[in-house]
Design a protein around this ligand. Structure first.
Ligand code: SF4
Length: 221
């Protein structure tokens, strides 16, 4: 899909602020075992063309990010991945693996879905404050992980986006999350994305504390 022509159009016509390439692996074997029916060499060639073209025309946008998901098949390649891409792109991200609400095998490294969920419902997931997912038929859902919109929060054929965003349905989810009531929420009870967010906020706070040598207060939700 990311042909040279499409890359040039995205950059020349300033169509995006940020572009992210999910490249799960540093080798053909790993990448193609994770991302089925895609050719590793073609992906690498296309991404390199995008990077080189943006550099050639001296543009800063879109910001270029590459992401690898930390999971059992990719874990060993993450150091090489970071070393390889860091000098080439604006941001390298190592994402956490999730099971898409329990529909995929648990390939987490060092922490199972079950273990990470036990007794840890003390953090509000940011997704319902951060994004609104709208399906092709107009239905609005809670977050991108709820891909078939089981947690429906509105419908743009009947409501404005503002009405949905400030509506009772989505606010019920937000309030339940602030109370840590994930087990009572039909989709969130199968998800551990909020646990990762908690870990990441903790890491970010620790990094800031170290960087600025200031005392950061505890954050409670
Ligand atoms: S807990 Fe999971 S399913 Fe629920 S809103 Fe957050 S990311 Fe979505």
């Amino acid at each position: 899909m990311l042909s040279e022509e499409v890359s040039r159009a995205i950059i020349d016509e300033r169509l995006l602020d940020i572009i992210n390439f999910d490249i799960d692996g540093m080798t053909r074997t790993t990448y193609e075992s994770v991302r089925r029916n895609v050719d590793f060499e073609t992906v690498m060639k296309n991404v390199h063309y995008f990077i080189d073209y943006r550099k050639a025309v001296k543009k800063k946008k879109p910001q270029i990010r590459v992401t690898i998901i930390k999971m059992q098949p990719t874990e060993k390649e993450i150091p090489d991945f970071t070393r390889y891409w860091s000098p080439l792109v604006d941001k390298v991200d190592v994402s956490d693996y999730n099971t898409w609400l329990g529909t995929k095998p648990d390939l987490n490294v060092g922490r199972s879905l079950e273990k990470s969920q036990k007794g840890s419902f003390d953090f509000a997931c940011v997704h319902p404050w951060d994004e609104l997912v709208i399906a092709a038929d107009g239905k609005a859902g809670l977050c991108c992980l709820d891909y078939d919109l089981k947690a429906e929060v509105g419908d743009i054929s009947r409501q404005s986006i503002k009405e949905i965003w400030q509506g009772e349905a989505i606010n019920r989810y937000r309030e339940a999350m602030l109370r840590g009531e994930y087990p009572s929420l039909p989709v969130c009870c199968h998800c551990n994305a909020h646990i990762y967010q908690k870990d990441r906020l903790g890491e970010a706070a620790a990094g800031l504390k170290h960087h600025f040598e200031i005392k950061i207060p505890a954050i409670y939700f």
